[in-house]
Design a protein around this ligand. Structure first.
Ligand code: F0G
Length: 464
């Protein structure tokens, strides 16, 4: 008899279970990913989702004040006393009619979920709070990750604040934006710059963590994804527990899509929702492994019977051709998404679709998001660009309720933003031209003026 919470291999044919205190990132038997699972009969689950509303009246309770831990009853792998929190998850779901117009939805139908409002500026803090709670349970001393920048910023911040562990981060050379690198350095993480890209850093950090016994906080860690389930709980909470028609999310390592699928699978099994939203996962076309496998090769979860051949073939061809991921959305510049299998499961559960969008589409959508509100980094805008594409294709209807997840803050990648709005053709070409971006249709260009009051007044009257 296991504890009320335990770990379980996602492969139904294997399905081995492991203690909640084991430190694992794959099934020791078959190598598949692991889920955190619960014996729901033995834990107190709410009978209705609106029971969570009560948490709002108790803002001095550190669990209730966290957007992750006020849903503790839906991720009860640790005791309340074991919870680590920096007050993550205080995010906003914003009705965004101007962006909705751009996407092609009717007023009131498009919402943006601003995960950039988390303490380290991205959705990663949801998962980091959960991973740190587990790391505390098992007494880990050092934590490691490979990152395109946000996981490392989040890990570095949680280490610096909690003082629980030393942060060791692996990054690809020249692959992370300055906002994110600045965070990791400032928060004191040991920063290991691998001569390679994210996929190389990911492979190395797994080897090195095994060798040195470092606690890995990439999204192969199943506890990370438990925390990321709460993004969906907050979306439903903000919609007063109404289920939207679509959740649209950028796809990189595919942790979010996987976590969202698990969240909905569990809510349905617990009888807390009677229908599920559809999920759309959006790749950048320069890093489109999921798109190629799901749409072109027809790879499906099929109840756990994934045909491995097209996947292996795809990776072999990529390896032989020396094909590297390349997109301005550096956060999702990933060729070998570690959560591929879990994401395929989520796509099955939520009747999902996958699309790819170009860097041009991403930057135009990002400019629309910025002009309409709090802004986001390039990878996040893939969700809005993807929603627009699905609207054009008629797959999303004009009166569908659509929630686009904005995964990271606008300040994470100032270079991409400034280059898009720049009047300097050289800057534009250098940062964006190489990515196939040719236009900045929604640029807000600075006006150059002489150092003279009259001229400045005239210019403002002319343009303002
Ligand atoms: N958006 C942002 C801003 C990200 O930082 C990431 C992933 C994603 C989307 C993709 O999310 O992996 O769940 O599909 N960033 C990771 C990192 C890889 O290292 O920070 P996913």
């Amino acid at each position: 008899m296991h504890d009320v919470s335990f770990q379980r291999c996602i492969q139904p044919q294997c399905g081995r279970t492991f203690d909640i205190r084991d430190i694992l990132v794959a099934c020791p038997s078959c190598g598949s990913l692991l889920d955190v699972d619960y014996d729901w009969q033995r834990v107190p689950v709410p009978t209705r989702l609106n029971e969570f509303d009560a948490a709002w009246s108790d803002r001095t309770n550190r669990l209730a004040a966290s957007g992750v831990w006020r849903f503790h009853r839906l991720l009860p792998f640790c005791q309340p006393s074991e919870v680590v929190t920096l007050g993550e998850g205080q995010t906003l779901l914003q009705r965004a009619d101007p962006v909705g117009r751009y996407v092609g939805t009717q007023p009131g139908r498009l919402h943006l979920q601003y995960e950039g409002l988390n303490p380290s500026g991205s959705f990663k803090d949801n998962g980091m709070a959960a991973a740190f709670s587990h790391a505390g349970m098992v007494g880990a001393q050092r934590a490691a990750c490979a990152s395109t920048g946000n996981t490392s910023a989040s890990l570095a911040m949680y280490c610096a604040v909690s003082r629980m562990m030393r942060a060791v981060i692996f990054i690809g050379t020249g692959k992370i934006s300055y906002g994110k690198l600045a965070q990791a350095l400032d928060y004191g993480a040991l920063t290991v710059q691998v001569a390679g890209d994210f996929d190389d850093a990911m492979a190395r950090v797994q080897d090195v963590s095994r060798e040195l016994g470092m606690y890995l906080v990439n999204s192969v860690n199943p506890f990370r994804l438990e925390g990321q389930k709460t993004i969906m709980y907050r979306v439903l909470e903000a919609l007063r527990w109404r289920i939207p028609d679509w959740i649209v999310v950028p796809g990189g390592n595919l942790g979010n899509a996987s976590a969202f699928g698990k969240a909905f699978l569990e809510l349905r099994a617990l009888g807390l929702v009677d229908r599920l939203p559809r999920i759309a996962v959006i790749n950048a076309s320069g890093a489109n492994t999921l798109y190629r496998l799901f749409v072109h090769d027809g790879v499906r979860w099929s109840g756990g019977n994934i045909d491995p051949k097209p996947v292996q073939q795809f990776y072999e061809v990529m390896q032989r051709g020396g094909r590297k991921a390349s997109t301005i959305a550096s956060a999702i510049e990933i060729n070998r998404p570690v959560n591929l299998m879990k994401c395929l499961r989520a796509l099955e559960v939520c009747d999902g679709v996958v699309r790819e969008v170009t860097d041009q589409d991403i930057l135009d959508a990002k400019a629309q998001v910025g002009a309409g509100g709090l802004g986001c980094e390039p990878a996040s805008a893939a969700s809005v660009a993807g929603a627009r594409l699905l609207r054009t294709e008629g797959i999303i209807a004009p009166d569908d309720d659509v929630v686009c997840i904005l995964t990271g803050h606008v300040l994470k990648d100032p270079n991409a933003t400034v280059a898009y709005h720049s009047t300097d053709q050289e800057v534009f070409n250098q940062v964006l031209g190489a990515r196939g971006v040719t236009r900045a249709s929604f640029a807000n260009r600075a006006i150059a003026v002489p150092n003279e009051t009259d001229a400045i007044v005239q210019a403002i009257q002319l343009y303002g």
